[in-house]
Structure formats: structure tokens, C-alpha cells
Design a protein around this ligand. Sequence first.
Ligand SMILES: Cc1cc2nc3c(=O)[nH]c(=O)nc-3n(C[C@H](O)[C@H](O)[C@H](O)COP(=O)(O)O)c2cc1C
Length: 224
Amino acid sequence: MKIMVIYGNPKQGGFVHGCLDHVAKQLEQNGAVVDRLRLTEADICDCAGCFTCLRTGTCAINDGMAPIIGRMRSVDGFVTGASVRNGFFPALYKRFLERICYILGFGRELRGKPVLAIGAVGKASGKKALGGVLAFSGFQTIVTDYLFFRTNIPTHLKPQDVADRLDAAARRLHDAISSGIQRSFLARLSGAVDDFVVRRFMLRPNPDHVYDYIIGQWRKKGML
Ligand SMILES: Cc1cc2nc3c(=O)[nH]c(=O)nc-3n(C[C@H](O)[C@H](O)[C@H](O)COP(=O)(O)O)c2cc1C
């Protein structure tokens, strides 16, 4: 079992990264291979908006993203974490998400992969917005848990204060992967509606062949 842990907070050594370390160690103790992706250390440029990836499946920017996408393809599940910033999520995380949204999201490559999301806020706000990005909203993943903690400002809460909840969530993620968890009926239904809209209004018209790569991917999966 291979799991990627995505450290998505620009702050090092804070509460969120402490929680991610805790969960990563638990998963390793349970026999999982953990691939740690630290976004602050990764070479990730802003998406240039050229749509080359939609046409070809390859990004035109030559930075560290291609190997990261390869690593994401190879894992069975994810643990993601970041904290609320100005009511939303860190810009760092958004930049990363923009670089995978067409290739992995539209290509439906993370569909059915379990995700444990861990978020934090100082006082209030941002829970929904942060949860959406941490869960890879729209990618049709399976969220086994979204843990959202209030840490206060400055941070008083420590990962060991919430160790029980982290351990339980790590166990649920591990069990979900080992049992081959399937998306619920409702999730499959809403995914099917989403797929229909993409198929009908984007892929079938395919202006200027812009969606060629996605069409190839969907054909391979028998979705077209
Ligand atoms: C730039 C910045 C913006 C923040 N914006 C908010 C906010 O809008 N609402 C809030 O309650 N806390 C806010 N916080 C507090 C963080 O959410 C809190 O310190 C964090 O979740 C603690 O986790 P960490 O130690 O991993 O960073 C902000 C912190 C920073 C650094």
C-alpha cells in the first residue's frame, strides 16, 4: 500500500504539519509506504493557461510537476493538509492544484482514491473552502475523513492533543484502501451527472481539438 502525504502549509513545523507527521508515522507502522510531498520544497510554477495538457497530457512548463504527477498516479491514497489563510487556503496549495486539475482531475485519474484531509484554522472561517481543495474537489475521490481543528491564535493546540482523532482517521484510511472501498451510490450518481456535463458540453464539441488528450483518456476507460 502506497500513500502520498501532501504537506500543503507554507509554515514549517506548525500544527498541520505536525498532524501530517503523526499520521504518516502511523501509516508506516501499519505497513504502508509513505511518499511525502512537501509543497514548499517542490519546484512548482504557476499554470500558464496554455491548455497544452488538455491536448497532449503533458504540461508545457519544464519544472518539478511531471515527476510529482507520476508519483500521484502511483499511490493508492492521500493524506492532505493545510491551514486556513484569509478565510481560504494557502496560495501554495492553489498553485499546485491548478497544475493537476486538467491532467489528473479531468482525466479522472484520482477517481475512487481515498483521501484523509486535515485542516486547521486559528479562530473561524474557511472550513468549506479549505476542505474542497484538500479533498481534490471534483476529482471524484473518496474522503474518508476531513478533520478540521481550531488552533487559536497564536497556536495553542498540539498534534498530541488530537492524537486519538488522528489515529482513528489514519486507521480508517488504511482500512478503506485495504478493503478496496467503492464510492457510495450518491457519489457515483453525482459523478455520473458531472461526467455527462463534461462529455456533452466540452468533449463532444471539442473546439480546436483542445480536449484531445482527455478524450483519449476517457475512451481508454470506456467512458466515451
Ligand atoms: C497569513 C495567515 C492568514 C490567516 N488567516 C486566518 C483566518 O482567516 N482566520 C483564522 O481564524 N485564522 C487565520 N490564520 C491562522 C491559521 O489558520 C492558524 O494559525 C493555523 O491554522 C495553525 O496551523 P499551523 O500552525 O499549521 O499554521 C491565518 C494565519 C496566517 C499565517
